[in-house]
Design a protein around this ligand. Sequence first.
Ligand code: UTP
Length: 602
Amino acid sequence: MANLQKNLRILSPDQIELAKVLVEIGQTHLFEHWTQPGIDDEEKKGFFDQVSRLNTSYPGGLTSYVHNAKRLLSDSKAGKNPFDGFTPSVPSGEILNFGDDNFVKLEEAGVREARHAAFVLVAGGLGERLGYNGIKVALPFESTTGTCFLQHYIESILALQEASCRSTQGQCETQIPFVIMTSDDTHARILELLETNAYFGMKPEQVKLLKQEKVACLDDNDARLAIDPKNKYRIQTKPHGHGDVHSLLYSSGLLRAWHDAGLKWVLFFQDTNGLLFKAIPASLGVSSTKQYHVNSLAVPRKAKEAIGGITKLTHADGRTMVINVEYNQLDPLLRATGSPDGDVNCETGYSPFPGNINQLILGLDTYIQELTRTHGAIPEFVNPKYKDASKTSFKSSTRLECMMQDYPKSLPPSARVGFTVMDTWLAYAPVKNNPEDAAKVPKGNPYHSATSGEMAIYRANSLILKKAGVQIADPVVEVFNGQEVEVWPRVTWKPKWGLTFGELRKKVGGDSSITQSSTMVINGRNVFVENLKLDGTLVVNSVDQAEVKVEGSVQNKGWILEKVDHNDTSIPEEVRIRGFRISKVEQLEKNYTEAGKFSIKS
Ligand code: UTP
């Protein structure tokens, strides 16, 4: 305190006000090591710049932050269960069967609605588990074309936009808004990726970047803010979690603007799920036909599987909510509330609580109403790693965190909160784990690595074509980077070719077959596959105005998957982390750059 007083004369009135706030909330230790005025003065001013940022970026400022931290730390120390008093039950939702009539109808409904939607990608995470040196959205989501996740997402949104406009059969100038939440760790590189690639075909004004700020770290149960170990005039900070997306959208004014422009839906998704857009049209169809205020995309989940379950919670006092409950909380909660067996599989062979994949579709009307009430603040939690059972000190500093899927916690009981379950092979294959950790995943559990993420794309595309009537050879099992994966034919296409199953099946016909060692890349809108016998590699590039019929027998040496060692640093990191590269030995590549009708017949 004395050190602060000595320095008051070098501070501006605003800085003095902030210092008073810090003193009031028990943070005088931050000044203990301050030097005499005249020494390190610029650093001291820099300290207040940071305090000012921390104060304005948190709803209610640092006073609220410290207040909330004390409460949550005390609850954590007392071992308080956040779900005390709640009884879990299975909420209502939709379980879809890929490719049946209902699925196709829902896809059509979803495509019609898409022009009333905005998309939000949360991409502020550090990606520590993957350990990739670049940003995750710049990673190729498959290697036949090397298309990165961000390009794939943008092309999927643009394909939805076009299809949705077409469905109106009238004038339509819709530009689906696309927001990317970034952080200091990802912002500059995401912006650069967009700018150096002309926004991958999107209008620059269609894309908005919102940067989340980090929050202050906490050193002890009294919520004393942690001093940055690298600079004694800074507070240590860490990410606050993807729940920040709600307060950022609220404060940006975008929600109001979208509402005024007639939008109805906001779709949230994460950085590395290359399958997601296969599930989006039908899920949006569910939201619109069921008029869900919240629709969580989900996958079948085995009882006790390490993925959160979507659960209805009913409190003794009558409160209810439909929310993600982490798997390690769900089983004990069930046992404590009259289900002695806990989380068990039902007659379907899966837990009745579907697995949350954290992709949300929110109805804009209720979303705005709710955020106007809460200002976008999402219930937080704290997860300190205690040194010992006394729970008095931490192994390292902690901080408050929040998750975007906790948004429904504060909704009134009248809110329609549901879910849409789709097959995992169709909807979910994130890239989160590095090769070493993925190789240690117990057998039968998903690797969630770059290897499995890419193989999942080939499997899904193969299974979709199979459903559409193409004979697809069975996969073989191979090991890359210590992970056993199914290798299906490497089939990829641009979103505008096969945005929905309903559209795609009109583009394949006759008696077509693809062998396991084959690769097929469709980079064009109007490509029709009929009576094709593919045993090798076929690449078709065509402009939208070209109509290309692919038929006959294509046979060549094709493209071969070559194993690479993930420790070999002479190989680019994005290749090494998947454990293979594609050796392009021989292919039939056809390019159509002009309008007209063409046929590939060999
Ligand atoms: P993950 O759980 O994959 O976390 O985030 P992460 O930070 O990216 O990776 P790890 O845990 O360090 O390995 C799920 C999604 O939420 C975003 C991520 O970018 C990813 O799309 N996210 C996460 C944010 O936008 N902000 C955050 O503070 C945390």
